[in-house]
Design a protein around this ligand. Structure first.
Ligand code: GRF
Length: 185
């Protein structure tokens, strides 16, 4: 099996990145994490790039020269899948043109519910008893692309944003791995 070369985009702590890297080191996992892109040089997730010795780059989406050189790097490295993992910027049109149908994301709600930011706050305000996470294809419409996989968790009456986030992140790591396996089955 030839593993698909993959680039993971991050902005923050990178725990989903870590989970994907770990899965990618398992026998028969369909992708290999070839590079990491961060929207900030201060993202903690970059530590995983260093620990696991994976090349990383900083993407400044407002700098066209930088965008072009990142796109060139992705092409030269034959990247065929982009995984967004806590990437907090809107990807420009150029990425959608070049990687149409090849960009996926993980979102901390059961889409189509609670698209966008502040998910946990909105979930807690609702009367929902169940929430979860969704792995989906990325299109130019926010959190609206075709869903690949969802995982659910129960909301307890004493849950707060912190506990909800912790519970959801735990299932996110499994969801991202299972979604990637499902994509290439
Ligand atoms: C995840 O909870 C994901 O659902 C959302 O951003 C968070 C990123 O967390 N898109 P981490 O950087 O992977 O720890």
């Amino acid at each position: 099996m030839v593993r698909k070369k993959t680039c993971v985009f991050i902005s923050g702590t990178g725990t989903n990145l870590k989970a994907l890297i770990k899965s990618s080191r398992e026998y028969n996992f369909p992708i290999n994490i070839s590079c990491i892109i961060s929207s900030s040089k201060k993202a903690n997730g970059l530590n995983y790039a260093k620990i696991y010795k994976i090349p990383y780059y900083i993407l400044n989406i407002n700098n066209q020269l930088n965008v072009e050189s990142i796109l060139l790097m992705l092409r030269e490295n034959n990247i065929s899948l982009i995984c967004l993992a806590g990437y907090m910027r809107i990807l420009g049109k150029k990425f959608f043109n070049k990687f149409s149908g090849k960009i996926i994301n993980i979102h901390p709600s059961l889409l189509p519910k609670y698209k966008g930011l502040d998910t946990f706050k909105r979930v807690l305000k609702s009367k929902d008893k169940i929430t979860g996470c969704t792995v989906h294809y990325v299109t130019d419409k926010l959190d609206s692309g075709k869903r690949i996989l969802q995982k659910k968790i129960f909301i307890n009456s004493n849950d707060n944003e912190k506990t909800l986030k912790a519970k959801i992140q735990k299932v996110e790591y499994k969801a991202y791995t299972e979604a990637v396996i499902r994509m290439y089955k």
